[in-house]
Design a protein around this ligand. Structure first.
Ligand code: ASP
Length: 327
């Protein structure tokens, strides 16, 4: 064993001596043998769930480990900035979603990255609608009843979210806007810890993707108030949609995808994109996403260019909405 270790470190030294030679992306990846997938929110939340399912599926097709690392904070900006600054050699990618690649950069000028110029899109993974949920004991048997309750509560209530620009923050602010009240806004490193506090009755309400909030509603730890969509989801058939409750504007569906830092070679992007689409072709993985309340985009249409176009159009769509919201 010891002899082996010496041989290995000598080899590592030789590899180090070769650093003067131009390092190709594939040589670097071969050395480490793994890809880090940065998740810019806390473990156990909806972004993390989507990332880990995709990482497992992709690793099988790439023949390399895809390691999820959570770098949470600032509505996803902390981890996303880290990914933007990573070496563009195919060893680091980021789970980018509606918050990190549309909402946060618009709302937070300190985010430090450009969601379009600083990244190379790989492809979408899954989309999921948001849900408004309240702690047990509050009058929330319908969206109208809860809205009226919040409207009459001034600033006595609190809502939890994953930071400025997170979908959980923006979705709840859209709801708050209609109440005229100003509930206290409490930022967490992700919605997993926010939902823990909601279930424990420490905060009054929260908005999050169906993927992570559904089990807590089903088990009765929190109350589902509305699915922020036009129609219901088979995952929670008893939860009325916002539209059917008379609030068609309270509709927020979150997209999640993968991106490399700008400058990553096209061959690497193509290889990882192929692994992603092959993984997403697996009926078992599609079923798992569907059981969680997420939908997987159709294979052939899920190209890097289409994902780039979606990010561009989502930035254009959200900017005026967010300007109105913060006015
Ligand atoms: N995706 C969530 C949000 O945007 C955060 C999380 O995944 O924890 O609020």
């Amino acid at each position: 064993m010891a002899r082996h270790a010496v041989t290995f470190s000598r080899r590592a030294l030789l590899a180090g001596a070769a650093l003067a030679l131009p390092a190709t992306a594939s040589a670097t990846r071969a050395e480490t043998g793994r890809i880090t997938l940065i998740v810019p929110f806390a473990a156990g939340g909806p972004t993390d769930i989507v990332a880990r399912l995709a990482a497992d599926g992709m690793a099988r097709h790439l023949g390399r480990a895809v390691i999820v690392e959570n770098f949470a904070g600032a509505g996803g900006a902390t981890g996303t900035l880290r990914a933007a600054r990573a070496r563009p050699d195919g060893t680091t990618m980021v789970l980018g979603q509606m918050a990190t690649h549309a909402l946060t950069p618009i709302l937070n000028p300190q985010a430090g990255y450009d969601p379009l110029a600083d990244f190379v899109p790989i492809g979408l993974i899954a989309n999921a609608p948001m849900v408004i949920a309240a702690r047990k004991g509050l009058p929330a048997s319908s969206l109208r009843e809860f809205r009226d309750f919040v409207a009459g509560s001034g600033n006595r209530l609190s809502f939890g979210h994953a930071g400025l620009g997170a979908t959980s923050q923006v979705a709840c602010e859209l709801f708050n806007r209609g109440t005229g009240a100003a509930p206290v806004s409490i930022a967490y490193r992700g919605t997993a810890p926010a939902l823990n506090d909601l279930a424990a009755g420490q905060i009054d309400f929260a908005c999050d993707q169906l993927t992570s909030i559904a089990p807590l509603i089903r088990s009765g730890h929190i109350q589902g108030v509305a699915l922020m969509a036009a129609t219901r989801s088979p995952v929670l058939p008893d939860l009325p949609s916002a539209a059917e409750q008379g609030f068609p504007d309270l509709s927020v569906e979150v997209w999640n995808g993968l991106l490399f830092p700008r400058g990553t070679p096209q061959t690497v992007v193509a290889e990882v994109h192929a692994a992603l689409t092959t993984a997403l072709d697996d009926p078992g993985l599609i079923r798992r996403f569907e059981e969680l309340g997420a939908s997987v985009p159709a294979g052939a249409a899920n190209t890097p260019a289409a994902f780039g176009a979606l990010i561009r159009s989502e930035n254009a769509r959200w900017r005026p909405v967010l300007e109105r919201l913060t006015r």
